[in-house]
Design a protein around this ligand. Sequence first.
Ligand code: 1GP
Length: 261
Amino acid sequence: MNTNLYSQIQEAKAKGQNKFAILIDPDQLRLGKLDTILQNAMDANVDYFFIGGSLIVNDMLDKVLVGIRELCNIPQILFPGNSFQLSNKADALLFLSLISGRNAELLIGKHVITAPFLRKSSLEIMSTGYMLIDGGAATTVSYMSNTNPIPRDKNDIAVCTAMAGELLGLKMIYMDAGSGAQTPIPESMISAVRNNINIPLIIGGGIKTPEKALANVQAGADMIVVGNAIENDPTLVAELSHAVHSMNTTVNGFDETHPKR
Ligand code: 1GP
């Protein structure tokens, strides 16, 4: 069981090394594709799996977590769309507070309900300020959360929101255009936020190409998350992972903080 993923993320950030995570939504996943995605992820040194979705309608969560664990040792981080998406079978949990919204339930309400379970669980808890950014069309997460995303041309709102999250003591900021977003987060917003916070910055939503992933890390993202594009085409894993890791310092050809598995 991995118990110190946050330290790993912080150390990588301090060394200027970027991380790549694949989002696996147990609802969307056709299980036939899981084996291919896992093999490609191991071959390409993917750093993490994020597991979750806005609307898990089946009971696949535990099955997916166990299935992945049997086949590979890439850490699994829960990215829950609601308080039912919890499982001790994962390594860690993004304890998300939806700081771009004004829905009290998602700022603190659900957290109160889940705190007793989390206190007893073996999960590493990573408190994360979650910021929805307008990705060009209404996404499941904006509808389900009953919140408005931050307009994509309002860098100042994004910066102030992320700064507030850091000042509140949150450990990471996750800016998300929403799964399947038509338009990913603009690089100008990523760099504006990067220049004003010190905690790790995760970027996701609508990233479909290695070029976009690279542009995002060049703009200051510490971690890139891709889901849909990989579900549609698992062969993209290698190029995306390579692009995200391409700026990392290497030792003897290998990422210093990411030994080949
Ligand atoms: C969504 O950031 C993730 O929360 C990934 O989005 O599925 O569009 O890659 P995509």
